[in-house]
Design a protein around this ligand. Structure first.
Ligand code: NAD
Length: 467
């Protein structure tokens, strides 16, 4: 009998479903089928591939309620947030639909001036693009629609076959995505779901694939990079972060900034790669900032994810409770003050009360290691220079935010911080027009923007000489 994955509801700890996993032999067979089917998919007119993706987009909109219910049940994401994610995906898809043709268009980069005269050896240089072939998309659970579609939509549009390994925490959503794509006209051998844990992901990497596009933790990203290194594959890694925000003394409305940052830190229970994970506040506004921040956090409604008013649900993964507990105890032991939260919530499910810490330092793991949960440290600083030094004191480099009434001051600070994304007076936001890219331990490569389309292509340089 084949093994199964148990899908557990994080809010109730009840079993939702057992789903059979793909064994290595089945994975090998699926990759083979994708390999055989890919050339015909790439040979289709681009307009056909665009039509299928448009249909997929429309189905997402039509079925948002049902899809949100599935996502919420298996990850504990509150239903309103789950629906926000699904409805937030079509604008990203629109960007890819609008830009794929120009990325794929061959570019004539040089032509001899005497080209018009036949028989004179005129030379033309042209750049064209071929799909990579069969790509593996190994995905995370925290935003399965966003991080999945950032990869599989441009990969499919550019003529690749995609073997998609959704996270074991979002398997039902992964299967729902596959069904919608198939219903939209993407052949089953061109978008192929693989079900299982990290073992299935590792087995997929052993197959003859042409690229691996991964979203997940630094630890797994490193394992993947090592596993495929001998194959010299295209490897893209979208990894974690320890994203800092610095609040300058010149912000106009301290309370509004505090409220915005509380949302940036606690949205989706802090389970966002670009969640604000540490906050530095200029000493001149420190007290009012902290007061407004805690007040906002205490107003967040924690509860049943099926309730449309719930802002904080359970954590999606039970082991994360002990990560948070360890970081909290380490911080308390080293002198941190707990202003609110600080313990699990006494109810069924994997709930942790939103926690705000002050008197924190970089000796504490909570200020330097990714938490991925509802806990934040707020540290007082007395200068921009001190803030820059602390913001850079991390192995990660995903996003960084500065709040200030002066653009020049904020941009000057951000330019000194090593991060793929820089925010002035905003945080925790993603745009399809801009590359989503991490530095250092936050990853390699970019999704989104036109860079996130061309990454699924391999260039070919043509030197064409008239004989
Ligand atoms: P994870 O690393 O535990 O798992 C990610 C995926 O990798 C899963 O599908 C898992 O089954 C698979 N996997 C595990 N071991 C593997 C192996 N040895 N070989 C191949 N595949 C393997 O991450 P997660 O818990 O799903 O996601 C949370 C992490 O993802 C956080 O660190 C978060 O910051 C990061 N993340 C980053 C981005 C980004 O765009 N930078 C977006 C979302 C999440």
């Amino acid at each position: 009998m084949s093994q199964t994955l148990s899908v557990i509801n994080p809010a109730t700890e009840e079993l939702i479903k057992e789903i059979p996993v793909d064994e290595p032999a089945a994975i090998a067979q699926k990759v083979k089928q994708a390999r055989n089917a890919q050339p015909a998919w790439a040979a289709k007119p681009l307009t056909d591939r665009i039509e299928s993706i448009k249909t997929f987009k429309n189905l997402l909109l039509e079925r948002a309620d049902a899809l949100a219910a599935i996502l919420s049940a298996e990850t504990g994401k509150p239903i309103t947030l789950a629906k926000n994610e699904i409805l937030g995906t079509p604008p990203r898809i629109d960007f890819f639909l609008a830009n794929v043709a120009q990325v794929l268009t061959p570019k004539r980069v040089h032509q001899d001036p005497w080209q018009a005269i036949p028989g004179t050896g005129q030379l033309e240089e042209v750049l064209t693009f071929d799909p990579l072939g069969v790509v593996a998309n190994i995905s995370a659970w925290n935003y399965p629609y966003f991080v999945g579609s950032n990869v599989f939509v441009p990969a499919l549009l550019t003529g690749n076959a995609v073997v998609y390994k959704p996270s074991e925490i979002a398997t039902m959503t992964g299967l729902a995505i596959a069904n919608l794509l198939h219903e939209s006209g993407i052949p089953p051998d061109i978008f192929v779901p693989i079900i299982g844990t990290g073992l299935a992901g590792a087995a997929l990497l052993e197959q003859p694939i042409d690229g691996v596009f991964f979203t997940g933790s630094y630890g797994t990203g490193q394992k993947i990079a090592v596993a495929v290194a001998p194959k010299l594959l295209k490897v893209q890694l979208e990894l974690g972060g320890k994203d800092p925000a610095y609040i300058c003394d010149d912000v106009v409305d301290v309370a509004a900034v505090a409220a915005a940052l509380a949302d940036g830190a606690f949205y989706n229970n802090g389970q966002s790669c670009c969640a604000v994970e540490r906050i530095y506040v200029h000493t001149d506004i420190y007290e009012p900032f902290v007061e407004a921040f805690v007040q906002t956090v205490q107003g967040f409604k924690l509860g049943d994810p099926t309730d449309a008013n719930t802002y904080l649900g359970p954590l999606s993964r039970k082991p994360q409770l002990s990560v948070i507990e360890q970081q909290l105890q380490d911080a308390i032991h080293k002198g941190a003050t707990v202003l609110c939260g600080g313990q699990q919530v006494d109810r069924p499910g994997w709930y942790f009360a939103p926690t705000v810490l002050t008197d924190v330092t970089h000796d504490m793991t909570v200020m330097v290691e990714e938490t991925f949960g509802p806990i934040i440290g707020i540290q007082r600083v007395d200068s921009d220079e001190a803030a820059v030094a602390l913001m850079n004191d991390t192995n990660y480099g995903l996003t960084a935010a500065v709040y200030s009434s002066q653009r020049e001051r904020a941009v000057g600070i951000l330019a000194q911080v090593s991060s793929g994304t820089a925010y002035w007076n905003c945080c925790d936001r993603v745009s399809p027009q801009l590359p989503w890219t991490g530095r250092n331990h936050s990853g390699i490569g970019s999704t989104l923007s036109t860079l996130g389309i061309s990454v699924f292509l391999q260039p070919r340089g043509w030197h064409l000489k008239q004989g």
